[in-house]
Design a protein around this ligand. Sequence first.
Ligand SMILES: *[C@@H]1O[C@H](CO)[C@@H](O)[C@H](O)[C@H]1NC(C)=O
Ligand SMILES: *[C@@H]1O[C@H](CO)[C@@H](O)[C@H](O)[C@H]1NC(C)=O
Ligand SMILES: *[C@@H]1O[C@H](CO)[C@@H](O)[C@H](O)[C@H]1NC(C)=O
Ligand SMILES: *[C@@H]1O[C@H](CO)[C@@H](O)[C@H](O)[C@H]1NC(C)=O
Length: 711
Amino acid sequence: MIKKIINVATLFVALISSVFAFEMNMNTLYLTENRLNSMVSSMLDSYGMNYDIVQLPAKSLVLEKDNVALYNSIVIENAKQETLSGIKAQIEEYSKKYKIRIAYLNSEPDQSVAANSQQSIFMRNVVLTDQGYELASKYQMNGKDVQFTVGTCILDTNFQCIQYTHYEVDPIIKDSIKPLLKYTDIEAYAGALVNSNGIESIHFWIPFIDSHIAYFASHLWISYINYGLIDGYRRLFFEIQVDDYFTDNCFNSSDCSATPDAPHYRTSVEDMENIAKWQKDISSRMPKGSDFKVELAINGIHILTKAQHKQYEIRNWTDYLFPYEYKKPLNEHGSSRWPEKFDDDWDDKILQDDKLYKHFKNHDNQDNFFWLTHTFSHQKLDYASYRDTDLESKENIKMSKEPYLGMYDRDCYSKHSIVTPEISGLHNGDALKALTDNEVYYAVGDTSRVDVSPENFYLPFITNMTTSNFDGFVVIPRQPPQVYWDCSTIEENMEVYKMRYPDRTNVTWEQHLNEEADLHAKNFLKLRHDPYMFHEGNLRNSDFKEVSIGSGKGKYGMLQQWVERVTEEIQKYMNWPLVSIKMDNLAQTYLTRISKEQCKPKYTMVVDDSSFKISEIKVKATTGECKVPLLAIKNTEFDKSTVDSIEKLGMDPQTAWINVNDKSVKSVKFTSSVQWNDDSYTAKSGSIIAYSISSLKILLLVGIATLFIMH
Ligand SMILES: *[C@@H]1O[C@H](CO)[C@@H](O)[C@H](O)[C@H]1NC(C)=O
Ligand SMILES: *[C@@H]1O[C@H](CO)[C@@H](O)[C@H](O)[C@H]1NC(C)=O
Ligand SMILES: *[C@@H]1O[C@H](CO)[C@@H](O)[C@H](O)[C@H]1NC(C)=O
Ligand SMILES: *[C@@H]1O[C@H](CO)[C@@H](O)[C@H](O)[C@H]1NC(C)=O
């Protein structure tokens, strides 16, 4: 009897929903006439959103199928009015029916919007209008008073300029048109919100090619056309890795013993205490929810050298030079640098003669940093044998464990990650096997090298037999900033800089830092998560002069000055939290992302067709299983019993994480009623990482159902 009632009730509910609701996929339709050097798809990728590309001109579009609206947002790039004429009526009808917003990027302005417009190739700057800044603020972005340079040229492979034009638009001034961007030197606009004839659209009349403004504006139109509900993830990771930690490096010489008079530097306990204090200070000056911490990649042998203890057990420094992409054949044994027998029975008491070692045996001091291995003696791994690599791993693990440093089994240590010396060994199957046998699965690459870079920088490079004689080693992209490995002072760094760029000998450190900040802020605008490479000597600070950079003031060393300056630059554009996580966890975010790409999730909103309220979002994998994000810049919260976890830092909107598979559909709901086409949003402060209680609830329900059946 009970069963029957339930069936009738289910049927009734099903009837109601099919009559009064429609389904709409969370999927962006991207129409474009020309994608040469466009960064539009890479920005959709930066969030990890679903989208379909349609090349224009097109005769007609498939926008609905089996009573499902196939797209919840539309972006049109580089289109002339004439090209769009055949499909314009269809797009407008669809847009009105489902309240779909449209972004027009460097497309010819409509006559209903522009009283006048012309295309131009001139180099121009733009600034946000008050309304532009208001829109940016809604998404926790900044941009106030920033002079953005409009892109005009991309060099081709022959270093010839491919020219790009923008439109200078004189909009028809009325309530329904709100200018967002204006040119600084002429009376013309470069962007606007338009609400006309029941259709809301956002327009940017500048080219979407590599430029700060194109990346910045992309966060605006992506958030806007989706009414803040995004099938993706928005996070800034600020990752600084310091290689060669514990070493004493000398300047401008790869062989310090051959040049005993060369200037050299090893960080002091005072340097490290200053950095620890500064990290807390800068975190408090970064946007709410930030947490900044440096990660140290260690070479244990230098502790022996400093303590003068059994340091000559390894004294074979034979090196092999191969091109980057060299792949050691598996049937060649490779190097034999490690002796057959050696004494690694170290005396902890003697090692404590090294003050740095002693300092970092303390757990509180350890916890001020993240840690990982950089091999024991910095042996390059391109031609390393299995045994050499195995010992390079094992000895460093030994030094990291009790009774020595005693950090290996603690949370601060990334056991499964490595920075390989000079990013070597990533094509050496024997070395990768030895690392894997020591439970090391993730390494960093170098974005200046194509052989260890992924095609898509939001995904890791994963080795296979063809690339490396080894399947499945994960390499995440890492950036080399221009703070050089053997330099501990600004003077040294600028000497090297001038040696590398002889035509730029009058550049000052301040200018150099400005250029670094300008370049690397772009990576943050792109939502790239690549860590940055630094080296031990770059940490030097205790004997530096006091400087003021951005909101910071202190005796900052080079690494600190670089971080301060880049932080200042990022905050010109975004007020999003800047977060450092240890490399094991960072690698996990790349794996979560790649498994999402493989399982091809589908998100479908169920929307009431009179009130446009979203009753649920159905999420399912196409194949296999994975964990997927859903970002809601909306005045509501996720019902945590319907998702697996919720992430929010500082002024962030909520991101829900949902574990999905191809067998059943997950139904995501909100705690309050939420309207598809209402994007009002007020950011609220507070950090949460909440896990759902759904699994607990399922257990309870199963328990109750069992009782029913038993009766
Ligand atoms: C030093 O290492 C090289 C390279 O692996 C090896 O060929 C050589 O035999 C080693 N020398 C000694 C004395 O072990
Ligand atoms: C190996 O990886 C490279 C680079 O990612 C890729 O181009 C190639 O298709 C892969 N080969 C196989 C057999 O998977
Ligand atoms: C580094 O050393 C080389 C010689 O080994 C010298 O020619 C060069 O000028 C030095 N560079 C700097 C920046 O001191
Ligand atoms: C540096 O020199 C170049 C020409 O050699 C000049 O164009 C540039 O303005 C100079 N920069 C500064 C900061 O003096």
